[in-house]
Design a protein around this ligand. Structure first.
Ligand SMILES: *Cc1c(COP(=O)(O)O)cnc(C)c1O
Length: 446
């Protein structure tokens, strides 16, 4: 499979290059040249298959041209050592729990898959130079822990996690500062945007790129966002097994739109989902785009569902590219196609809290603030006959302080999460000046 850039000014890349580089030379996002349809026989058989086997078939469809079958199977099985159940919440609404991975984040799948795929390419290339690949990742919490844990102990790769000092939750901080080995946590005296700016400057600095091989592991990377499609095939299979998949509406709480984008790729591959809802918190640029056809990025505002605090979603360009047939259709036609398939919702912190309380008192189900946006969007938008599945994107214990306060309960912290909290925190303090960060990286042995 070849990958082109959404900006159309970079050379076509193979999978290896797209994964190692992350972003194309023209700063566009890589897109596969083709999306193969899956055979109907496979779709029909999915309810009898387990998550891992469904995922392997889907992975072959994306990556089968570029990765040997056995190796791909190992990568998929090694990535998916956990389940992804659907749980009934009301008569017509089900929760797709995406938080059963190692750091209890749905991002675990993409991060682990990418780490293993990168390792495969490094090994295959002979790694004669023994050159380490350095992954730089800026995080406001969730991405850092998923990436750090996904890459932990993988030879030939070093990860630098940049996070804003004092601005991530204590549980999140433990998940990437206590690991050691090939993971370095960098505590930046600034806000998330400063961390992201440092990473961006590093990718653009010629001298630094000569000194060390750098790549990114956020959802712009095809190896991180595409594997999330596994979740949606599994959701369909489990709902079909329940006899509830005829008019399925999939609702995805969205920030950078990587997760919903993978679902849309699944739809293009033939996954029978009737329509999608993108649920937003108060950061509503995509919602506004659906209403008006105009995309107007803004600075993000802080909300209770902080993993969705994004004012300029990086995967928006992929969605436009997908439904404009790589720029062939006009803006109006593209907007029309998008609104035919995807609707939106946006909720304030007050509405999120109200939804969490109401859902808990009426059903006993504990929503986290992100999942709450998804649940409410289905409650408000499902039509008669439709069944809705929303992604519960985080385990509520990851936001324990908030969830406990809102619901007046004391939720258990899963053992896996508690284990991180017992480790010793190690981090490198850093100013928000690029010169300091660069000097630090230039001093790291390669
Ligand atoms: C990352 C994240 C999201 C948003 O996912 P995108 O792919 O960025 O749209 C939603 N909820 C949680 C808990 C997350 O960690």
């Amino acid at each position: 499979m070849k990958y082109y850039s959404t900006n159309g000014k970079a050379p076509i890349a193979d999978l290896q290059k797209a994964v190692v580089k992350g972003l194309a030379e023209d700063r566009g996002l890589y897109m596969p040249e083709e999306i193969y349809k899956l055979p109907k026989a496979f779709i029909d058989d999915m309810p009898n298959m387990k998550f891992q086997d469904i995922a392997y078939n889907v992975a072959q469809n994306f990556f089968g041209d570029d990765v040997d079958g056995d190796a791909l199977q190992d990568i998929v099985y090694d990535t998916l050592q956990f389940d992804c159940p659907v749980v009934k919440v009301t008569d017509n609404i089900y929760s797709l729990e995406l938080f059963h991975g190692p750091t209890l984040a749905f991002k675990d799948v993409g991060a682990r898959f990418m780490a293993r795929l990168l390792r495969y390419f490094l090994k295959k290339g002979g790694s004669a130079t023994n050159e380490t690949v350095n992954v730089l990742v800026a995080t406001s919490g969730d991405t850092g822990s998923a990436v750090a844990n996904g890459f932990l102990g993988v030879d030939g790769i070093h990860v630098y996690v940049l996070y804003p000092k004092g601005k991530v939750s204590p549980i999140q901080e433990c998940q990437f500062t206590t690991l050691g080995k090939n993971i370095t946590a960098i505590e930046v005296d600034g806000v998330f945007d400063d961390c992201q700016a440092l990473v961006k400057s590093a990718f653009m600095d010629e001298e630094l790129n000569k000194h060390m091989k750098l790549t990114s592991a956020n959802s712009i990377n095809v190896a991180r966002f595409l594997p999330q499609a596994f979740y949606y095939f599994n959701a369909y299979a489990r709902m079909k097994a329940l006899g509830k998949a005829d008019e399925l509406v999939m609702c995805v709480p969205s920030g950078n739109f990587g997760n919903i984008c993978s679902a849309l790729f699944g739809h293009q591959m033939g996954l029978p989902i009737k329509r999608f809802i993108a649920a937003n918190n108060a950061n509503d640029v995509f919602f506004k785009y659906l209403q008006t056809g105009k995309y107007d990025p803004k600075a993000s505002v802080q909300t209770l569902a902080n993993a969705m605090d994004v004012g300029d979603p990086s995967n928006f360009a992929r969605i436009i590219n997908l439904y404009s047939d790589n720029g062939l259709l006009s803006e109006e036609e593209t907007h029309q196609r998008i609104t035919n398939l995807i609707s939106g919702a946006t909720y304030s912190d007050e509405q999120i809290k109200e939804t969490m309380r109401k859902c808990y008192s009426e059903t006993g189900y504990v929503l986290d603030p992100h999942g709450a946006c998804g649940f409410r969007a289905l409650q408000e938008n499902l039509k008669p006959g439709e069944i809705g599945v929303f992604c519960e994107t985080a385990h509520p214990a990851k936001f324990k302080e908030k969830v406990d306060e809102i619901l007046g309960i004391d939720i258990d912290i899963p053992a896996r999460l508690r284990a991180f909290m017992e480790g010793q925190k190690q981090s490198v303090e850093m100013s928000k000046n690029f010169a300091d960060f660069k000097a630090y990286l230039m001093n790291q042995k390669q």
